[in-house]
Design a protein around this ligand. Sequence first.
Ligand SMILES: Nc1ncnc2c1ncn2[C@@H]1O[C@H](COP(=O)(O)OP(=O)(O)O)[C@@H](O)[C@H]1O
Ligand SMILES: [Mg+2]
Length: 377
Amino acid sequence: MTDVNKPAPDAAGETPAAAVGEVAAAGSPAPTSFLEVRDLRVHFPTDDGLVKSVDGLSFRLEKGKTLGIVGESGSGKSVTSLGIMGLHTAGQYGRRKARISGEIWLNGQELLGADPDEVRKLRGREMSMIFQDPLSALHPYYTIGRQITEAYQVHHDVAKDVARKRAVEMLDRVGIPQPDKRVDSYPHEFSGGMRQRAMIAMSLVNNPELLIADEPTTALDVTVQAQILDLIRDLQKEFGSAVIVITHDLGVVAELADDLLVMYAGRCVERGPAEKVFYEPQHPYTWGLLGSMPRIDRDQTERLIPVKGSPPSLINVPSGCAFHPRCPYADVPEGGVTRTERPELRQVRDGDEHFSACHMAREDRTRIWTEEIAPKL
Ligand SMILES: Nc1ncnc2c1ncn2[C@@H]1O[C@H](COP(=O)(O)OP(=O)(O)O)[C@@H](O)[C@H]1O
Ligand SMILES: [Mg+2]
């Protein structure tokens, strides 16, 4: 017997994400989630053609939760975060205007259609961002204290000494020793790790409800990396904000993220609770990322099952599954479907918020993961 209220399962016995209503389609009513991104597309017209940096990305995030967005360099992670922050404006960084569509809902307000002045007000106050390179975000000629103070005063009508006191408090909070002295230092007088702490202080000075950390530790050595990640985790607990941590290294988000979203060529190929994605990964690309994680108990140069080849051009994304030219299992699904049809995100199991976009039948994926991949990790 068939249940007419239930969408028909596809060949792999899974249900399309849209049919489960996981993230509502663009144009439907305002969501109840704190952050909901619906069918985000960010395309850049260039002389060589249209670069489809982000091409139909949807996800949501609640207050107090951390989402890890993972993917190789060039998969569209930074373009996504700049899109949420409303930083793809015409002429930004001397680049051509991006073509953006979809919806970005933050706290009940849609940002893509909103007045840019409105979004500017939200930036720094409701949402803020930590970049990979603090030197690109900190002004070299102004003291750290002045920059944090000014960031505070943009959103708070307070006297300078009050704002300065707040800056010292924040520097203390992020673990800068002698904050009342270091507040008068210039960025170049800080070490890389200290600069990253200062930038975190600056981005948190207004208690933003959404914090996006884009490769926050990539430029730092391993020990400092761990300290910065601990700091982000502590601050998130303290402030209860929603956090997005963007990284090319799954290891960075292993202990930090509640949910994971794996990006490939501007799209999501797998998303779900972190433990599902780590322990029951469904997509061959996710297997590759797990296989590329450095392991402390092994020789650091040994990568177990690295993803072979390089990411595709986002001007000519491969037909069918964008990952097929690099996928060792492209021929497992019958009929060459991998090369002709784009796989949709599908729910892995009823009741789970775990989705993956792969043409392989679930039994094949489970078998390959448990018998071939997992034993080698
Ligand atoms: N302003 C732009 N104009 C044209 N292409 C861009 C622009 N910004 C980013 N891209 C391209 O979009 C793709 C995704 O970039 P990005 O989001 O920075 O990747 P990553 O995942 O490494 O953060 C890359 O191929 C990049 O070259
Ligand atoms: Mg990036």
